[in-house]
Design a protein around this ligand. Sequence first.
Ligand SMILES: [Fe+2]
Length: 435
Amino acid sequence: MACCHYYAVTEDGEDTFTVNANTITFGKDCLREAGDLARSLGIGRIALFTDRQLAATPHVAAVKRSLADAGIDVALYDEVRIEPTDISFKAATDFAREGNFEGFISVGGGSVIDTTKAANLYSTHPADFLTYVNAPIGGGQQPPGPLKPHIACPTTSGTGSECTGIAVFDLLEMKAKTGIVSNCLRPSLALVDPSCTHTMPRNVIAASVFDVLSHALESYTARPFTMRPAPKRPSARPAGQGANPWSDLGCREALNILGKYLVRAITDDTDTEAREQLMWAATLAGIAFGNSGVHVPHGMSYSVAGLVRNFYPDGYPKDAPICPHGMSVIVNAPAVFRLTAPACADRHLAAARWLGSETRGASDGDAGEVLSERLIDLMKATDMPNGIGGVGYGAADIVPLTDGAFPQQRLLHNAPLEISKETLSGLFEGAMSYW
Ligand SMILES: [Fe+2]
C-alpha cells in the first residue's frame, strides 16, 4: 500500500492484509428474521444464550417467536454471567455439549455473545480449558476447524462482539482478565436491531458508547499491519493485524457518527435517532477492530476493572463494586493518546476532527493535546468518571495497576510505539485525573 505512508512496506514486514467479516443484517425489528436465517444455516435444533435479566425482555421473546415460527427446536440457557469467568464459560460449555445442538443464537451484550463463542468452541472442539486461551497465560492454540453456526444478536451498542473473533473472560485462579482470539470464533451472522438501544439506562449506554469510541480510536491509531512480521503460513495471520486500510474505513465513519450523536444519545434518553446511529457506529467499530485489534486503553482497562474496590455506578447491580468495561477503557484514553500522538500525528488529528474538534491551524505537535481535550470534553458532558481517580484509585495503586496490565502484551504490542513497564506506569499516573 505505497499510496499511504502509514502502510509503507518494511523489511521482513507483512505486505498483505485480510478482510475477515461476517454477514451482518442491520435494521429495526430485524430480530424477527432469526428463524428464517437459522433455517438457512441448516439449524433444526438451536441453543439460545442470554442472561437472566434479558430473558424476560421483548428482544428474547421476538427471537424465540421467530425461531418457533420457523419450526426450530429451541433450548434456552439464561445463566450467562455478566463479566464471564472461566467457571461460567465451562458451565455454558456443559450445557452446549449435553444438548448436542446444531447451532447457537446469542441475545445480549458482549458477555452473552462471548460466552456463546466459548461454549460453541469447547463443545465443538473439546480440549483442556487453557489450550485456546491467549498465550502466555494459555496455550494460544487455534481451533482445529470451523465451529457450529452462531447468530449473534447484540442488545447494546458497545462491544462489537457480534463482529469479532474475541471472547474475553476473568481467569479466576490467576485473578486475570484474558481472552480467546481466533477468526473461527467470529459469529456466522450478526442480527443488529438498533431499537434495542431505546431502553438502555443512561449510564449503561454511556459506558458502552465510550467503549465504541475507544475501539475506533485504538483501531485507527494501532501499529500498521506492515510493521508486523509476515506469518509463516497465510492462515496464521492473526485476527488483530494492526491498523489496515479496511479497518480505517469503519473507524472514520464510526468517529464521524460519534462526533455528531454521542452526547445526544447519552443525555437525552428520548433521542432514539441518536441511539440508533450509535448502534451503527458500534457495528462499524466492531468490524474495524475485529480486523485490526485495539491497544493500550484496553490493555490498561483490564487492571482498572479487575482491581476496582469502591465504585458502584448508577444503572449497574450494587452487590459488588464494578467498573463497566467502557468506563474502564475511556478513563485511560486521554493519557494514552497524548503519548501515542507523535507516532502518527495526522491520524490523531483526523480522529479529533471527526469527533468535532476544530483542528485548523493545529500542528502535528498539537495532535495529542487536541484529541485528548476532545475526549475530556465528551467525558465531562456525559458525567464519565474523572480519570482512574474518579473510579477510586490513588497513587498507591499505580504499581498494582501496572503489574496487572503489563502482561496484556498482545494489546500493548499493537500500540504505534513501544510500551515499556515504565511507560505504562507513567500512563496510569497521567490518567489519575483530567480536570
Ligand atoms: Fe472494548
